[in-house]
Design a protein. Structure first.
Length: 427
């Protein structure tokens, strides 16, 4: 029992010793901090004061609390300064001293500084909220603008340049269509998988090879129609065969299967074109030695070979067929030259001194006797309107128009200003 009491006594003495020791060491740091403060070494004063506070459980002396308030005030740490000042007012006994009055004045100054800080904080918070609100507003407007921009975007694979009538051919998926320079669709892209366009006329074919349906669209009048069923031309034919470029004289040439004649169609009259007085033509060809003979079966003999006469594609050029429906070549009425089908697979309508030749992937232009010439000028001409096709990196196309020096996105009756103008327009 005595041994236990002795041990407890020693422990209490040690605790007392170390507690006293901490206060003494803290006192050393307090004195250093006071000297630092007197010499305007505020950062060092703060460091020494912090070391002292770390050693003390609580501040028991008003002078220590006052020192903390003064140091923190000089460092503009007003919340800490206020805390130490309040501790001073709790600990101080004599409130009549000049030191008390000075710290009271300092406390008021601290409160004023804290009020300024709070007001500035509120101001900054208000500004932050305003900025965040503005960002949300702008983001919202950007979303609205993008959605409208997307709605005015033509999601097409390709668009040809506008012709002088403000019409363009476009491809959507596997189908072709036509639109005007405001993006209004004139021919829907849901049937036709190939297109032949020249001189302002556009032929839409339901198949790339051997089409059975052809829709003819006139860029100038903005009107179109279906060509007659191929059976109306020849009951044995099941498709139009090779379709040539339409020409400015309104003629369309195709080479149907199971036919001994080329199909010649006039867009203006909407009728098949046949030689009006074939017998007189044969007489003239024989008389000028372009053919050797002819018979009642509409056949002509050239170099001892009988051909079925295949009509007239213009310019005195006449297709020649073999009895098995094979296109053998073309007779040039101007000089009697025969253009073999192996070199001239198909010829288009002759117009303005030229006819188009399609030899598989190769194509060229010829005159009346088959000599190659420069390509014919497209009478659809160059577009002179103010619509500009713009291909977007994200895909699709837009039509832009400049109105009063501002470039708008246009689609039909809808228009959208640039994003910057849109944001300014909606403050």
């Amino acid at each position: 029992m005595k041994k236990l009491l002795f041990t407890l006594g020693i422990l209490l003495m040690n605790l007392s010793f170390f507690g006293q020791s901490n206060e003494e060491i803290a006192g050393v740091y307090i004195r250093k901090a006071q000297n630092n403060y007197s010499n305007l070494e505020i950062d060092d004063a703060d460091k020494n004061f912090a070391k002292a506070i770390k050693l003390l459980d609580t501040i028991k002396k008003p002078d220590v609390a006052r020192l903390g308030a003064l140091i923190k005030f000089e460092l503009n740490e007003f919340e800490e300064a206020k805390k130490y000042a309040k501790q001073y007012f709790v600990l101080v006994k004599n409130k009549k001293t000049e030191i008390y009055t000075q710290l009271l004045d300092l406390y008021v100054t601290i409160e004023e500084e804290l009020e300024k800080i709070e007001l500035e904080k509120q101001k900054q918070e208000k500004a932050k909220l305003a900025r965040e609100k503005e960002i949300r507003r702008i983001d919202s407007l950007k979303t609205v603008w993008k959605n409208r921009s997307d709605a005015l975007t033509l999601q097409f694979e390709s668009i040809q340049a506008f012709n002088k009538y403000g019409v363009s051919v476009f491809q959507k998926g596997e189908f072709f269509g036509a639109m005007n320079d405001l993006g209004t669709v004139l021919v829907q892209p849901n049937i036709y998988k190939d297109v032949k366009s020249f001189d302002g006329f556009i032929l839409f074919l339901n198949k790339k090879e051997n089409p059975t349906k052809i829709y003819c669209f006139n860029s100038k009048t903005k009107k179109g129609f279906l060509l007659p069923n191929i059976a109306d031309f020849n009951t044995l034919s099941t498709h139009y065969g090779k379709v040539m470029l339409p020409r400015g004289n309104g003629r369309i040439i195709t080479y149907p299967n199971n036919s001994l004649k080329a199909l010649v169609y006039d867009i203006t009259s909407k009728k098949f074109v046949n030689v009006s007085n074939q017998k007189e033509l044969f007489k003239d060809l024989k008389k000028t030695d372009k053919i050797e003979k002819y018979n009642k079966e509409d056949q002509v003999r050239i170099d001892k070979v009988w051909y079925d006469f295949g009509g007239h594609i213009g310019g005195g050029i006449y297709p020649l067929y073999l009895p098995d429906f094979t296109l053998s070549g073309f007779l040039c009425g101007i000089d009697g030259k025969v253009l073999t089908a192996s070199e001239y697979n198909n010829l288009g309508a002759f117009y303005n001194g030229k006819a188009h030749v399609a030899n598989g992937s190769e194509s060229f232009w010829v005159n009346q006797n088959g000599a190659k010439v420069t390509a014919a000028a497209n009478e659809a001409g160059n577009y002179s309107g103010n619509s500009v096709l713009v291909r977007l990196e994200s895909g699709g196309y837009q039509i832009h128009q400049e109105i009063n020096e501002v470039k708008f996105i246009i689609l039909g009756d809808e228009k959208l200003e640039p994003l910057e103008d849109f944001l300014r327009k909606h403050p």
